[in-house]
Design a protein around this ligand. Structure first.
Ligand code: FAE
Length: 554
């Protein structure tokens, strides 16, 4: 089948999700989830548990807690609430991702984007748009695919869509920021409790581990990272190993050919079929095992407003795979957790305040949004510094020049399957620029006032690393990866943060100011920067906040 064709049903049959939803009953889903939880109590959490918890919430239902979104913040909330004895319903606009496509895989390969790869686009918008100057993008069928390249005026924000949110598409780099930088990240949060309790809890919950260094030193698939280390160290920069959520034993087996390849066939931004412990295999699996959590995929929340008899009326659209609304449902929830990601939560709250659904939200809604200073670049190495045609899609290291130059550069893979002699980096940089969301009544959309020119600060910070390395190595920047003769990938971010910031739009534990029973629990709480890749901090903050909320509000 060509990648311009969409199967009528990805499974070609009735998936477990559709079977459960076919019961038309949230209770049916709960009962089935409960049986699975009992049957699998002794087995490790797996994505199958999550599949069994998927359902389709009936219109008119009343639930104690509704969680909007199934990424890091939402998954932590669901697990902890369920363990505290609270029934939780999670609503996710993306697909369940529990059913194989016609090629036998759930997810498409990075080098071969197809209908599964992009969220409602007719043409791919690949982060690396060019190679040797030639455009890489191609037509694909419009489908509720996994990676959303959401365009705002000055920036494209990449986000995961589906049960598991960003964990489905990310590189698994699980980085805890340096403690001395934490007061600049979340100034109202006590570092002692974060580093003593919540970062360790988050890392354990996510299954974060470090690569076996002796294996790494000789593995073909990390030649690119060793070249990155050599160049960093020869220019005097600290090269730091960072943990990941990938199953390293699985990767070792991939390397010797005893299991199907996943990271070693470049799977990452369109999903990972095997070794990565996405939320489907960690928090969400354990949440589903409790029997108290149900998940409705392909449901997009559009409105939340106070209900007459208490609680909140939540309106949501059920989508088909073309993105069309096939049903609009109204549900009542005693409490609502906004966990739609920084952009999703900010857009919803900005709209709800402006349109009068939640008029008492304060004027900090939609503000203090940042891109974590993301900027990408490649360097062209000499022929004696080959980076390898086999590159693991899971990064293991970074170059830390935060103190001197305001940049932390992820030594990133370029898993093309051919030798490119390129070193590739995603830099996270210190940038003062923050944007805000606003409601555009004319278009009925939420705008973001990001200015592309603001990325110059990030480019300057990244150059403190790469200008020096290029001078030392006698190398140059690649100019063929983001267009013809364009060095910097300055049009995008992978790390949206802020828009409903802790201590501003919410109190110091994520309770939205103006409304009892409404909470923000995702990356929207963090004002624009984490100094490193963000998901461990999002998870740890969610662990901190939900503990307090369970202790005092429920
Ligand atoms: P997120 O994970 O985005 O989850 C929000 C969920 O809400 C999504 O599933 C949405 O589909 C859903 N949603 C949105 N609006 C609605 C609505 N109206 N109704 C229902 N559902 C809705 O939020 N971070 C790292 O730390 N390390 C990495 O290696 C890394 N690599 C990345 C690579 C890529 C390509 C991308 C895109 C991101 C990467 N990130 C990485 C960022 C990380 O995935 C991101 O910070 C977190 O996923 C954000 O977590 P949240 O819980 O805030």
């Amino acid at each position: 089948m060509s990648d311009t064709t969409v199967p009528a049903s990805p499974s070609g049959g009735i998936s477990r999700r559709r079977f459960v939803s076919g019961t038309g009953s949230i209770l049916g889903g709960l009962a089935l989830a409960g049986q699975v939880a009992a049957a699998s109590a002794a087995t490790p959490a797996s994505a199958a548990e999550v599949a069994s918890a998927t359902t389709s919430i009936p219109s008119g239902a009343r639930v104690p807690v509704l969680v909007v979104g199934t990424g890091y913040g939402g998954s932590v909330a669901a697990l902890r609430l369920a363990l505290a004895g609270v029934d939780v319903h999670m609503v996710e606009m993306g697909m369940a991702w529990d059913t194989a496509g016609p090629d036998g895989n759930i997810f498409a390969n990075t080098t071969k984007p197809d209908y599964r790869s992009f969220w409602l686009r007719t043409r791919t918008k690949q982060p690396l748009s060019n190679f040797l100057g030639f455009p890489l993008d191609k037509d694909v069928p419009c489908y509720t695919g996994i990676l959303d390249a959401e365009d705002f005026a000055g920036i494209t924000v990449y986000q995961g869509r589906g049960v598991g949110g960003g964990s489905l598409v990310n590189g698994g780099m699980a980085v805890t920021p340096r403690r001395e930088l934490f007061p600049g990240i979340l100034p109202t949060v006590d570092p002692a409790e974060m580093y003593g309790t919540y970062y360790p809890r988050a890392n354990a919950g996510l299954g974060v581990t470090e690569v076996d260094r002796s294996w790494w030193e000789s593995a073909d698939c990390y030649q690119y990272a060793r070249v990155g280390r050599k160049h960093a160290e020869r220019s005097g920069f600290p090269f730091v190993f960072v943990p990941n959520v990938y199953d390293w034993d699985y990767m070792k087996q991939e390397a010797i050919g005893t299991v199907p390849k996943s990271a070693l066939t470049g799977e990452v931004i369109y999903g990972n079929n095997h070794g990565k412990k996405s939320l489907q295999k960690s928090y969400l699996a354990r949440a589903a095992e409790t029997g108290r959590v149900c998940i409705s995929p392909l449901h997009k929340v559009t409105t939340v407003t106070p209900a007459a008899g208490g609680g909140y009326t939540v309106v949501m659209d059920r989508l088909d795979n073309s993105g069309a609304t096939v049903e609009t449902k109204t549900v009542t929830a005693d409490r609502v957790f906004f966990a739609a990601g920084s952009v999703g939560t900010s857009k919803l709250l900005t709209k709800l305040k402006a349109t009068g659904a939640l008029p008492a939200l304060n004027d900090r809604i939609g503000k203090n949004w940042g891109d974590n200073g993301n900027v990408m670049c490649g360097r062209a190495n000499h022929m004696w510094d080959a980076t390898g045609k086999l590159q693991s899609s899971m990064p293991t290291a970074g170059i830390d020049n935060w103190d001197a130059g305001g940049a932390f550069a992820e030594v990133a893979p370029l898993p093309t399957g051919i030798e490119t002699y390129a070193s590739f980096y995603l830099s996270i940089t210190k940038t003062p620029h923050r944007a805000e969301f606003s409601w555009n009544a004319a278009t009925g959309r939420v705008d973001l006032n990001w200015d592309r020119a603001w990325k110059q600060t990030s480019i300057d910070a990244a150059k403190t690393i790469f200008d020096k390395i290029n001078a030392k190595e006698g190398t140059i920047y690649r100019t063929d990866l983001f267009g013809a003769y364009k060095i910097w990938g300055d049009h995008l971010t992978y790390h949206p943060l802020g828009g409903a910031v802790l201590g501003e739009a919410t109190d110091n534990h994520g309770r939205l100011r103006g409304y009892d029973g409404l909470y923000v629990i995702d990356g929207a709480l963090i004002p624009g920067s984490t100094t490193v890749n963000p998901f461990v901090t999002i998870t740890a903050l969610a662990e901190r906040n939900i503990e307090k909320i369970i202790a005092t509000d429920l």
